[in-house]
Design a protein around this ligand. Structure first.
Ligand code: SF4
Length: 244
């Protein structure tokens, strides 16, 4: 993994585990180790570990944008969890620049009845194909492809795209719907309160372990041993919290 500790200042890759913890009022209630560099792919395994420990899934789950993916959203809904999980570009989407860019495909108008988009000049973009793509975890996504009828001669072309052909856009409708639902929850009163609590809860716990307790490196090697070490660390952290 690329580490924050970068003494050589060259972004060197180092062997590491991806540590995931869940907290509730700064108590660690679950921890898992993963051999993957991305957080997105750790979510389902982490939740299943929670279920194995407590025999239920959390009612609510709050996480940052690193966990927002189509498979994670669907999984949480299937298990009855109410999620407040941001997704890539959640913050960028709120900027004026993003919202007012007429050439950004996410800002194109979609006509649900006709099943087509309209480009900035008002031309229809028709469905020209559908395809499947797999994520790193093997999850299958359905992609719809839309194409403008005729870009040739369009006065806005130099602002719109660089392709020699007509402009094409790829859309994952299911993911867009899930993101819209999540966004509504994230901006609800409950969502705003929970979002403001998240950094005070889990980030503060990581901060306490890494900076206050100076635990920055595992002493043992191998996943099973490191899991034990992490478990002891979590127990010590929770006891210290009770004591204080
Ligand atoms: S270049 Fe094509 S897609 Fe872009 S505004 Fe013009 S007609 Fe529409």
């Amino acid at each position: 993994m690329r580490m924050k500790e970068d003494h050589m200042l060259n972004g060197q890759l180092k062997p590491a585990f991806n540590v995931q913890i869940s907290t509730n009022r700064q108590f660690i209630n679950n921890y898992t180790l993963h051999q993957t560099t991305t957080d997105t792919t750790t979510c389902i395994g982490h939740m299943e570990e929670f279920k194995a420990l407590y025999d239920f899934y959390p009612n609510e789950s709050i996480a940052d944008a690193g966990y927002g993916s189509e498979d994670n959203y669907l999984y949480a809904r299937e298990k009855g969890m109410n999620t407040f999980i941001k997704y890539n570009y959640f913050h960028k989407e709120q900027t004026r620049k993003w919202k007012t860019d007429p050439f950004r495909s996410s800002n194109f108008y979609y006509n649900q009845v006709l099943g087509c988009y309209y480009c900035p000049i008002g031309q229809q973009m028709r469905l020209v194909g559908k395809g499947k793509q797999q994520t790193k975890t093997g999850f299958e996504q359905e992609i719809h492809i839309y194409e403008a009828i005729r870009c040739q001669g369009c006065p806005l072309r130099f602002l719109c795209h660089k392709s020699r052909n007509n402009r094409r856009i790829e859309v994952n409708h299911r993911l867009n719907k899930l993101k819209a639902q999540e966004k509504e929850k994230l901006f609800s009163t409950e969502g705003l309160v929970l979002r403001s609590q998240r950094p005070q809860d889990v980030d503060a716990t990581f901060g306490n372990l890494k900076n206050n307790k100076n635990f920055k490196r595992f002493l043992l090697k191998g996943k099973s041993k490191v899991e034990v070490e992490l478990g002891l660390l979590a127990i010590a952290h929770n006891i210290a919290k009770v004591a204080s």
